[in-house]
Design a protein around this ligand. Sequence first.
Ligand code: ADP
Length: 644
Amino acid sequence: MFKSLLIANRGEIARRIVRTARRMGLRTIAVVTEADRTWPHWREADEAVPIDSYLSIEEIVAAAQKSGADAVHPGYGFLSENAAFAEACAAAGLIFVGPPANAIRTMGSKAGAKALVGSVGVPVVPGYSGERQEPDFLKQKAYEIGYPVLVKAVAGGGGRGMRRVERAIDFPDGLAAAKREALASFGDDRVILERYVEAPRHIEVQVFADALGNAVHLFERDCSLQRRHQKVIEEAPAPGLSAEMRQWLGATAIKAARAVGYCGAGTVEFIADASAEPRRDATFFIEMNTRLQVEHPVTEAVTGLDLVEWQMRIAAGEPLPLKQEEIAFTGHAIEARVYAEDPADNFRPSTGRLWAASFPEATGVRIDSGVEPGSVVTPFYDAMLAKVIAFGADRAEALRRVQAALERIRIAGPRTNLAFLAGIVTHPHFAVGGVGTDFADRELAGLAGEPLDQSLAAEAIAEWVRRAGDGPAADAPGPWSRADGFQLGGLRGAGALAVEIEGQAVTVGIAWSPRGPHVVSVGGKAPASEPEAEIVWGEGQAFVLARGRQLCVTFPDPLSRRAAGGASDGEVDAPIHGRVVDVAVATGQHVSAGDPLFTVEAMKMEHAVTAPLAGEVHQVRIAPGDQVEQGAAVVTIKPAEARR
Ligand code: ADP
């Protein structure tokens, strides 16, 4: 076995590989980009090398050489299916923990892969995967295949460069769109055509081959729960598969791997007609992925094997650890991918700092996460935060465990798909098993459930008012203090506060009692609470977490808003809609930062505003008794000359 390993990846996959490598006694070397400094993967390795890009072959090979690594594990994504990278590693004398470059290259082409496996008797989806690309020729082929057809990029991956075309009249446009997307994503606009299998199941087989010519399979995974052709939930074994069908799938996958002279870990993917129990005559090869996959843990859970360890042993030239008849599976495992994305906004990736990120420990549950509190989710990389893998004696137990785990994960800051995932694993159709790839897209509206009610923000708001009123305290949840110009300390009776809840302006009614302030209404509704709800504090914000959902409350902080708007320029806004009760300054007057400027009253609550900076009062656009709009620029201060 080699002695040291560089992991050319990030996040949960880098952490997962480090874990096995360490257990095997290897020295681990991570790579990290500047954008990933707040992520923990690189700190867990024995050494970390800064790089500019996880996609730079040159940088990664140089990092491996500089750190004295013997081997390189590409993880998945990035360079994991890049034949040139495998070759560059070999040329630099590094062991590449992955298949031979020629297998990557052959299987990297959907056309080449289909031709090759078809030639050894593996059934492929009927279609056209030849070289000819003239639109009229392809249209004729589409007619022969029969509509609907799927236009797929030869070099495709991740569901990109794929277009379903319903009718001949739509073919030219569909073809052109698929080609454009293929060229943009893969630099190759060649396409193949396939018969569109209506709402199929996606069933894939984990295979392993060693350099001595042995090959085995580790059974199948069902990855039919997809959104727009991208996997969301995976499980092993596939529900409702007969023993005979399972045996056939495994043998067929091995045939495909042998056809390309495979070595290492790979996945042979099939689609199967979902209208009945999977049958041989309605199951087709679609592609082979020449790497470890995101969903490999469900196979690990049911077989009890460590797939990364197998990869390393094979890369080191060892034979496969087990023979086919020694590999068995028990129970059921389900994996759910947790993403920083907003289901309410078309699943748009959601970025920002994670004010909370905690993952429960529970029997039968494994959580591979890439983040910790304080990690910043950037737009530069895939938005996956973690994956939850639950194992049970049977599918029902695995489902219960994955649901319980999803509900106990706490993430504050970026939006997540947690509630959407919980909606899937508790859905009665999903509980039956065997749903098709269209399930999540079809049921979308019902899956994410209701958002949290705004009135759940009451407790967080009361807490904020208490702290703001108390002035700067060591344990203050936010950065507020009297100096920030927002004073509540002297207030008594009832009042109103303008906050933002989920980006919407909301007026909160507040009453003072001898025990302090409490919230009497939120946006005109009575305050609510939920026993499970929890408050996490961010900068100028509170996040109310409950049932995998969050409610973001943004508090008024005129000073920092100004600063954010472009370096304190001396423009001072009204913090709230209301009536000016006092103006403490006049034009020409000199003020120091923190001096009182004016006071606005809204619903019997006074908001005193102080000078954000020192200087000369240049303009005062208000007088006592005036009504002002929230955000209106009412006082201008000419900043004092900055001393150099
Ligand atoms: P990619 O490499 O982009 O992931 P795949 O060929 O692996 O593309 O297909 C991804 C998904 O697209 C499949 O899991 C399935 O949901 C859908 N799909 C692929 N081929 C077909 C087809 N011929 N008919 C219907 N759906 C398909």
